[in-house]
Write a new protein. Structure first.
Length: 182
């Protein structure tokens, strides 16, 4: 567990509000969405890591602000939920938000090992709507992640390659991506 915490701490990208400078809410929403898709893939491919990451993401009571010891996912959810607090750092988009309560429930289920496919599919779709994801490639990847168990190994590798390519092109080497790319 300590190795996991050390790995997360060293690889975090969003440690404080200064790391947000010049970003837009839309860009942060896209990164958050991809991180959630990665977490769902890891739930099936490396469940222990996914559970530990979910636990670390929920280590604080609420997504009320960025915390230096929180995961990148926690901090991005906090920023998107309370954009007005970070208006001097990011370009706000009030149409974008994060379903915080559903996210907490989803992460708690992940920690407990509860997987109800229909609930996961509904959660991913809800996140997509809240984050105003309109990119057809990202929507296709959401559908593929939701049906991960029926994808061939080649299709799984292709989804993973696309996620890695998008995050690399955005220079987004956040804590979960660092583990995922291995």
């Amino acid at each position: 567990m300590l190795d996991f915490i050390q790995e997360l701490t060293e690889s975090r990208m969003y440690k404080g509000s200064d790391t947000l400078r010049g970003k837009t809410a839309k860009e942060l929403a896209r990164v958050t969405y991809l991180m959630i898709l990665i977490l769902e893939i890891l739930r099936k491919e490396d469940n222990k890591f996914a559970q530990d990451y979910a636990q670390q993401t929920l280590a604080y009571d609420d997504f009320d602000h960025m915390r230096t010891n929180a995961t990148d996912l926690h901090n991005l959810i906090s920023v998107l939920t309370h954009q007005d607090k970070y208006a001097n750092r990011i370009k706000e988009d009030k149409t974008i938000s994060m379903p915080s309560l559903q996210t907490k429930r989803h992460l708690r289920d992940m920690i407990r090992g509860v997987y109800v496919k229909q609930m996961v599919l509904q959660y991913l779709l809800t996140v997509e709507r809240f984050l105003k994801i309109d990119d057809s490639l990202l929507k296709q990847m959401r559908r593929q992640v939701g049906e991960w168990h029926v994808l061939s190994d080649r299709e799984k590798r292709e989804v993973q390659r696309k996620i890695k390519s998008i995050l690399s092109s955005m220079n987004q080497w956040n804590d979960i991506y660092t583990h995922f790319k291995k």
